[in-house]
Every structure is written in structure tokens, then in C-alpha cells.
Design a binder for this molecule. Sequence first.
Ligand SMILES: C[S@@+](CC[C@H](N)C(=O)[O-])C[C@H]1O[C@@H](n2cnc3c(N)ncnc32)[C@H](O)[C@@H]1O
Length: 266
Amino acid sequence: MTVVLSGPLGAFHHVDSRELMPALPAGSVELVWTSPPFEGIDGVFADDPAGRAFVRWLRPFFKEFERLLTPTGSMVIEMGHTWLGDQATRGVQNAALLATLVGEEGWHLVQEFYWYNPHQLRYRPDLVDTRLRFHDSVSLIYWLSRGTQPHASTAPVIGAQGGGRPDGNYLVLDDDESDAQYFADCAATDETPHPDRHPIAVPGFFIDFLTSPGDLVLDPFGGSGTTGLAAEARGRRWLCAECSPDLVEIARRRLRHLPGAVDHLL
Ligand SMILES: C[S@@+](CC[C@H](N)C(=O)[O-])C[C@H]1O[C@@H](n2cnc3c(N)ncnc32)[C@H](O)[C@@H]1O
């Protein structure tokens, strides 16, 4: 059994998502929301200017997403930018992934979003402090679908973007009260909240926008459990898979504050 923590509406698994996903029924997921390890685990994509290795690695996951999504379902993927190792130039993996998915795999790019996210993006002091490059300030979030009319309503999220036009695709979303208990835990033990942890408001925005209560939301790169927290608070069913024991531990510490949470490792 791979479940480490469950809430009334979902479960967080310590597992490689390539093992978890084949066990789920076809057409059962309304939203795949995720952020892949876009720099690769231990920087394995640092020497990948055309993004080929990244695309080769991610492609089988998208085959599973295709099988799992309902006909009106959506796939939303957040990705930063990659510097080529310590070089002062970039790889183009985001563009390569989109070109492959849209050009060869039958996905549609519905829209992209720009999330103001300077704290979590890789800081290159050798380039920024020496006035050679700017610090990255936005992450890119791509909304993809299998059909051209995925289920969506901006009504619940108009004005929730936190910056720019209230009907625009520029998002200024940060930590809020919904993670207060985790912050209090960290303060009590003198720890820094995990830096890779997304604000709950980010998956929350897309869950409100693209799903209805009771729908299933899947995060195959579950990290610190952000998607589970966002989905549970909004009355959506959820499943997260994470393969790193360190991140699983962070997720446990965040998710155990959910009302009705059960820690399966205790
Ligand atoms: C960018 S992080 C996700 C951060 C997450 N959104 C959060 O808020 O914490 C990507 C995660 O994917 C995990 N991962 C990579 N390959 C995986 C796989 N095959 N199955 C499950 N998790 C995987 C990594 O360990 C890493 O924690």
C-alpha cells in the first residue's frame, strides 16, 4: 500500500506515478494539474539545449494523462525556465514539449498563463548580480486539452488572479492563510518552509476554473502535497503521487492538518 496520508476526498501516495496511473480507470480524471521536475532530478536536463531528453522523459506520462482524462478534461502544467547548466544561455524544453504534444500527440494548447513567481525560480547570482541577465520573474503555466472545448468557467475565478486585469492571464498568487498551520509548525521547530512548495492558491485557481465539486484532480508530481490541500478545500476528489521520501515527509506535515486526515504511517 503506497498511501501515506489521506483526507476525506483523496490520498497522497509515496510511489512513482508511472506505477500508480495505470491502475486508475480510463476517463476518470477531470484535471491533471502538475509541475514536473523541469530541471531534471539532480540537474539531468542541464545539458539538453533542444529539450529532447526532457520530452522523451515526459512523453509517456502524457500518454497516461490522455487515457485518464474525461473528454472535457484539462491538463495544466507549470514550468519555469532552464539554464543550460552553468552556461549563460537557455534550453528550449518548454517549446519542445509543446511542439511535440501539439504537433505529434494530438493535444491542444488552450491558453498559457504567466505566474509571478520570483522566489521559487532558480537564482543565478553569477548572471544577475554581475548585470549580465535579469532574474526570472514568471513561471509559465500551460493549459492543454484533448478536445477543443474543455470544461471551463472563469466566473468563479474572475478577479482572483491577484494582479493585472481581473479578466487576464497574469497571476500574482502567493501563500495565504490556507497554509497557516504548516507555517506555524515550521516556526515552532525553527524550520524554513520548503522552498519548492507551491502556494495552495495556484492549483486552487485552476481547480476552481476547470472542475466542479466531486471531480477528480490528479497530480503525478505531487511534491509537498499542494494539490491535495487545494482540492480537498474545494470539495474535489484528489490523488497525488510523489517518489521522493523527503518531499513525502513535507507533504505529510502539510496534509495532516486537513480535517479528517489519516496518517497511514502512524
Ligand atoms: C517541481 S516538484 C513539484 C512541486 C509541487 N507542485 C509542490 O507544490 O510541492 C516535482 C516533483 O516531482 C517528483 N517526481 C519526479 N518524478 C516522479 C515520478 N515518476 N513519480 C512521482 N513523483 C515524481 C519529484 O520528486 C519532485 O518532488
